[in-house]
Design a protein around this ligand. Structure first.
Ligand code: ADQ
Length: 459
C-alpha cells in the first residue's frame, strides 16, 4: 500500500486537546492507516527556520514547520481567517480583503509546497486539507511532483457569486485545478463549485462527470465526513461521562436538558439559538422552571476581535433570559465558555433530551453526529438541526430548522420536548443508521479509493 501523506494547517500533535472537527477526523483516519502528517507546528518564530521538525507517534510521522510573525499574520490571521473563512461561510460582510495578505498566503503555500515536496516518494498518495492550502497542489506541481493529489474542503463551498467576491478568486481557482480530485462535504457544495467553474471560468462538464478547466481535467465529488460512532457510544458510557452526567444531573434535577456544543464562531448561529430558547420561555409559561439549556462554547483564540463581539452578545442574551426567568433554584441558561474532554461531552449528550445544532452555515458539523451516537437506544433524545449544516443533507429525520427563524426554532424545541418516546426512537434509529453507514472509515476509504483510481487511470 502506498504511503498516505496528509497536509493540513494544524496537526493534532499527541497530548493536545483536539477541539475542532478537522483534527478529530484526520487524526482518526491517519491513526487507522498510518502515514505522514505535515503542517504548521503552531510555533511562531522570529525568523523562518528552514527545515521541518520530524517526530514519530505510533504509526504516524509528524512533519512540522514553523511560521514567522509576518507569515502568521498574513497567511493565517488575515487571509485564511479574515477573508476565506467568512466568504466560505457566506459572510462577505465580515470579510477583510487585502492584497498584501493574499501575497503572504501564496508565499506560505509556496514555501510549504517546497518543504512537503522534499518529503515525498514517487508512490506516495498526497491528501491536502482545507482552505489554508488551496494553492499547495499547484506548488507541488511547480516543484515537479507528478503523482495524484487529492484535496478535501471541510467547510462549505458557497454559491458562485459569493466565492467570486474574493478579489483573488481567479488565482485561487487556477491553483485548485492542480488537484486531481476535489472532495466536498455535500452534493450542494459540489454543485456550487461546478457552477462556479462553469460560470466564471468557462469550464466544461464532461460526459463522465469530470470537469475540464484551465487545461486540466479534474474530478469533484461529495464525501460526507463522519465520526467513529462506536467510540462515541463507548465514551458516553465511560466513568468520566457518568460522573459528568451525575454532577449536572444533581443541579438540573428532573428538568429536561437541552444542549449545544460548538466552537465559539459566528458561523455557529449562537445568538439566534439563545434568542430561540428565550422565545420558548416567553411563549410557553408551562415550560418555565422545567427546562435548562446548557451551551458549551470555548473561544477560538485566534480571532480575538470577532470573538469579543460575539462573546458580549452571548453574555447579553444569556443575561436577558436569565434575568427575566431565573428562580431561587433554577437558571434557564447555563453558558460555559470552555472546552471539555470527548468523554464528558458524550456523557452530557446522552443526558440531554434535545441536541441543538443550529449553525447558519457549516461544512458538515460533527456535533450533530456525536449527539446521535451518544444516545441511549431505549430512550434517545431529539436532534434539532439547521438545514444549512452539511449534516442535514442526509439526516432527514432530525427536526430540521431554519437557523435564522427564531420563532420556528423555539417551536421545534417545544415539539422535541413534547415528542413521544415511540417517535423519538423511530427518528433516532434512522439517524443512527446514517451515522453508522457513513462513519469516519467510510469517508477515508471512499476518498482514497477514488484518488487511487484516478492515479491508476493516469498510469
Ligand atoms: P468545526 O467547525 O470545528 O469543523 P464540527 O464539525 O462541529 O465543527 O467539529 C467540532 C469538533 O470539536 C467535534 O468533534 C466536537 O465534539 C469538538 N468540540 C466542539 N466544542 C467542543 C468543546 N467545547 N470541548 C471539546 N470539544 C469540542 C470543521 C467544519 C465542520 C466539519 C469539520 C470536519 O467547520 O463543518 O464538520 O471541520 O470536516
Amino acid at each position: 500500500m502506498s504511503r498516505l501523506i496528509v497536509a493540513s494547517n494544524r496537526t493534532a500533535t499527541p497530548g493536545e486537546e483536539r477541539a475542532g472537527g478537522l483534527a478529530v477526523a484526520v487524526g482518526d483516519a491517519l491513526a487507522e492507516r498510518g502515514g505522514v502528517w505535515f503542517g504548521w507546528s503552531g510555533e511562531i518564530v522570529p525568523r523562518e527556520t528552514r527545515g521541518i521538525r520530524m517526530f514519530v507517534d505510533g504509526n504516524v510521522d509528524y512533519a512540522l514547520a514553523d511560521l514567522t510573525p509576518v507569515e502568521h499574520q498574513g497567511y493565517y490571521l488575515d487571509f485564511a481567517n479574515r477573508a476565506l473563512w467568512p466568504v466560505l461561510h457566506y459572510r462577505v460582510d465580515l470579510a477583510v480583503f487585502d492584497d498584501a495578505a493574499y501575497d503572504v498566503y501564496a508565499a506560505v503555500n509556496r514555501r510549504f509546497g517546497r518543504l512537503l515536496y522534499q518529503l515525498l516518494r514517487p508512490e506516495d498518495l498526497v491528501w491536502v486539507h482545507d482552505y489554508h492550502f488551496l494553492l499547495l497542489g499547484d506548488e507541488l506541481r511547480a516543484n515537479g511532483w507528478r503523482g495524484t493529489i487529492g484535496f478535501f474542503l471541510h467547510v462549505p463551498f458557497p454559491a458562485p457569486e459569493v466565492f467570486a467576491a474574493l478579489p483573488q478568486h481567479h488565482r485561487l481557482a487556477r491553483g485548485m485545478a492542480a488537484f486531481n480530485l476535489l472532495g466536498f462535504q455535500t452534493a450542494r457544495d459540489v454543485g456550487n463549485f461546478t457552477r462556479y467553474l462553469v460560470e466564471e471560468h468557462g469550464a466544461e462538464v464532461l460526459e463522465d462527470g469530470r470537469i475540464k478547466v484551465f487545461d486540466h481535467v479534474i474530478r469533484a465529488a461529495a464525501f460526507p465526513i463522519g465520526i467513529e460512532p462506536d467510540e462515541v457510544a463507548r465514551m458516553a458510557e465511560s466513568d468520566e461521562a457518568r460522573d459528568a452526567a451525575c454532577r449536572l444531573g444533581r443541579i438540573i434535577e428532573n428538568r429536561a436538558l437541552v444542549i449545544g456544543v460548538d466552537r465559539m464562531d459566528y458561523s455557529k448561529g449562537l445568538p439566534q439559538r439563545l434568542a430561540a430558547f428565550g422565545r420558548l420561555l416567553d411563549d410557553n409559561e408551562g415550560l418555565r422552571g422545567r427546562v435548562t439549556l446548557l451551551q458549551i462554547a470555548p473561544p477560538s483564540r485566534e480571532s480575538v476581535e470577532a470573538y469579543r463581539d460575539l462573546r458580549e452578545e452571548l453574555d447579553r442574551l444569556t443575561g436577558r433570559v436569565n434575568g427575566d426567568y431565573s428562580d431561587l433554584d433554577w437558571t434557564p441558561i447555563r453558558y460555559l465558555a470552555r472546552s471539555y474532554s470527548r468523554e464528558v461531552l458524550s456523557g452530557l449528550f446522552r443526558l440531554a433530551r434535545v441536541g441543538l445544532v443550529t449553525p447558519l452555515h457549516d461544512g458538515m458539523n460533527l456535533v450533530a453526529k456525536e449527539y446521535v451516537a451518544a444516545q441511549d437506544p431505549e430512550d434517545p433524545g431529539v436532534l434539532v438541526l439547521s438545514e444549512f449544516a452539511g449534516a442535514a443533507e442526509r439526516m432527514e429525520t432530525a427536526m430540521q430548522v431554519n437557523p435564522h427563524d427564531v420563532g420556528g426554532m423555539a417551536d421545534a424545541i417545544r415539539r422535541a420536548l413534547e415528542m413521544s418516546k415511540e417517535e423519538r426512537i423511530e427518528r433516532w434509529k434512522v439517524l443512527m443508521d446514517e451515522v453508522s453507514d457513513h462513519d469516519i472509515s467510510v469517508w477515508r476509504q471512499s476518498f482514497l479509493n477514488s484518488l487511487e483510481a484516478i492515479g491508476r487511470e493516469a498510469g
